[in-house]
Write a protein that binds this ligand. Structure first.
Ligand code: 5RP
Length: 232
C-alpha cells in the first residue's frame, strides 16, 4: 500500500489488481490511460515480474507506454499487433448499460481505437464513476481538428451543449493526434446517448467523441462493499 493512500486510491488499486489477475499467459493486452488504468498497469507489471508471460501490449497514451516500460512491459503499436485479446481501461462515467464517458485525460481517440481492436474490453473504476444517466457529472469530450474549432463549437452549442475549450497551462490542450478537445456539458444530462453521439459525429471537423457506447462488455467496480462485476 502507498503512503497516504486515500480510500479512492485504495479502490483503484483493488480494481487494478483484480483486472491484472484476469490476464493470462500469451495474451495481447491493450493498456488504458488515467489513474485507474495506471493501477492496472502497475499490478500487471508486478505479475509479469512474478512470471506472467504476455505476448505483447499496446498502450493508448504515451504516459501509459512510459509507465508500462518502467515495469518492463515494452509496448508495440497497432501495426505490430492490430488485434488484441483484452483491453483494460478506466472511465469518467459508467452507466448501468455499460455506456461510458471517457477522455478526461485527453486520450479518448487512441483509447477508442484500442478498444475497437480488442476482443474484450473490461472497464474498471471505483464507485464514484457509477451513474444512472450519463452526462450529469462529466462533460463529453469532443476531439476536433484545430482548423474547424469555431464552426464545430458553434454546432455543438446549437445542440444545447455548454462548450469549453480544454486548456493546459494556460494554452489549449493538444492531443497526441494534434487535435483540440471541446468539453461539452449537457445541463439536463444525456437521455439518448446513441442519438447524441450520431449528432456529434455528423459535425465535419469532429474526429471522435468521449461517448463509448456498446464497447465495454464487462465492468469491475470497487467500493466500500468490495469488488463487484457486471456485464451487459
Ligand atoms: C483518459 C480516460 C480515463 O480512463 C478516464 O478519464 C478515467 O481516469 P481516472 O482513472 O484517472 O479517473 O478516459 O482519457
Amino acid at each position: 500500500m502507498a503512503l497516504h493512500e486515500t480510500q479512492q486510491d485504495m479502490w483503484k488499486r483493488l480494481v487494478g489488481e483484480a483486472a491484472a489477475d484476469l490476464v493470462e499467459d500469451g495474451m495481447l493486452i491493450g493498456l488504458g490511460s488515467g489513474s485507474t488504468a495506471r493501477a492496472f498497469i502497475q499490478a500487471l507489471g508486478q505479475r509479469i515480474q512474478a512470471g506472467l508471460n504476455i505476448a505483447g501490449a499496446v498502450a493508448s497514451s504515451q504516459a501509459s507506454r512510459d509507465l508500462a516500460a518502467s515495469f518492463g512491459i515494452l509496448c508495440a503499436d497497432l501495426d505490430t499487433y492490430p488485434d488484441l485479446d483484452l483491453y483494460i481501461d478506466g472511465a469518467d462515467e459508467i452507466d448501468p448499460r455499460l455506456q461510458l464517458i471517457k477522455g478526461a485525460g485527453g486520450a479518448l481517440l487512441h483509447e477508442k481505437v484500442v478498444a475497437t481492436v480488442s476482443r474484450k474490453f473490461i472497464v474498471i473504476g471505483d464507485i464514484t464513476k457509477q451513474v444512472t444517466q450519463l452526462g450529469h457529472r462529466s462533460p463529453v469530450p469532443v476531439e476536433t481538428i484545430p482548423f474547424a474549432l469555431t464552426p464545430v463549437r458553434r454546432r455543438l452549442e446549437a445542440l444545447g451543449a455548454s462548450v469549453q475549450l480544454r486548456q493546459k497551462n494556460g494554452v489549449p490542450f493538444v492531443t497526441e493526434s494534434h487535435n483540440f478537445i471541446l468539453d461539452c456539458t449537457f445541463p439536463a444530462g444525456i437521455s439518448d446517448a446513441p442519438r447524441l453521439d450520431a449528432q456529434l459525429h455528423s459535425i465535419v471537423g469532429v474526429v471522435e467523441t468521449g461517448l463509448f457506447l456498446n464497447m465495454a462488455q464487462q465492468a469491475m467496480i470497487a467500493g466500500p462493499e468490495g469488488l463487484h462485476t457486471f456485464h451487459v
